[in-house]
Write a protein that binds this ligand. Sequence first.
Ligand SMILES: Cc1ncc(COP(=O)(O)O)c(C=O)c1O
Length: 417
Amino acid sequence: MEKNKLTMTTLDFNFVRSQFPAFSEPSLEGFAHFENAGGSFACGQMIDSLHRYYRETKVQPCYGFEPSHSAGKQMDRARQRMAAWLNVETDEVHFGPSTSQNTYVVAQALRQHLKPGDEIIVTNQDHEANVGVWRRLEADGMVIREWQVNPESAELDPAGLDNLLNDRTRVVAFTHCSNIVGSMHPVREWTDKIHAAGALAIVDGVSYAGHGLPDVDALGADIYLFSLYKVYGPHLGVMVMRKAVNEQLPYQGHFFNEDHPTDRFTPAGPDHAQIASVNGVIDYFEAVYSHHFGDSEAAQTQKTSRVRALFQHTERRNLQVLLDFLAHRKSVRLIGKAVTKNRAPTVSFTVKDRDPADIAAQLAEQKIGIGNGNCYAYRLMGALGIPPDQGVVRTSFVHYTREEEVSRLIGVLDKIL
Ligand SMILES: Cc1ncc(COP(=O)(O)O)c(C=O)c1O
């Protein structure tokens, strides 16, 4: 019954696009946004929250006077609501300036926590934010093992993880979805293996979360990270750190904040207004939920999964068309699989004897914005034999992208490739 409901619900594009001021912004008329893996458009609810915060409550929050009290309440509420959508406890949600900053701080904690000879597994598929900070621990005696992609398919084979896990493994860092390859990984299967080996699983969800917020509890990640500027929100990094891990790692904040769970790994003073504006992002997800499903009595985990399924179902219809087009071009090397199952609409490719920057420039002339280069998945480029200074052409879209925009992209690619 539930399954039928999910597959039969279709996204109301008019409704969804009406929530994004960018789609009615005169200066953006005719622009097709295909660089969502870099940064999505912001929903109106978030922009309004930010605006309201600066106009009405821009003082130091959390004192007893108004407007300070309301400012603090908005921030607390943002954390509670984000935690509910991710199916974790409120104190497990940390807001930092970015995912790279969040992993950097955790790495400082691990520097103190781990011992020489302890092993850390990293991949060569990840964005550097989930690789370099862990690799630097080698200087403190930790041993780094690399779980390598298949150089043809660009995919991570779970057997590679099995071969590396051993009783010295303490941490495994991998991505939920690569920002180049697009495959959505079976995170739960992998975190189960990692936990069976007695290690922590650190999962980069940056390229996943824009396609629907995850149920972090169900995924089994010890630390799960993503960046709200790719999830219709402000430039903030969300880090879920499970309670048991928080209590185990040495804190990195001011010494007198040791007992405040959410201050232990976010040493910088947070951007108050942006945290408050996370309410706007959640308002958007709630608006999408009630517009399409209505059932306000549903459990929160069901709301999260319904919106996620709605987004991904919509995206995959457009994705198949783009993959089919690229897979049949002789000069194109498509990175990642040509089928939509468990695949995000982040589609990267190279073109024989062509510089990705030139292709991006030709698309830009037609008011189509795409990404190009290594997109900070620098090591992946090396593994695939692609010069990192050239990288790939990357097109990426989300649920709000219309079929007509994808057809327009394909039409222009057809002419210029
Ligand atoms: C997959 C992935 N992980 C991590 C990051 C780093 O995120 P941030 O810019 O918030 O540091 C990015 C940024 O593009 C990314 O695409």
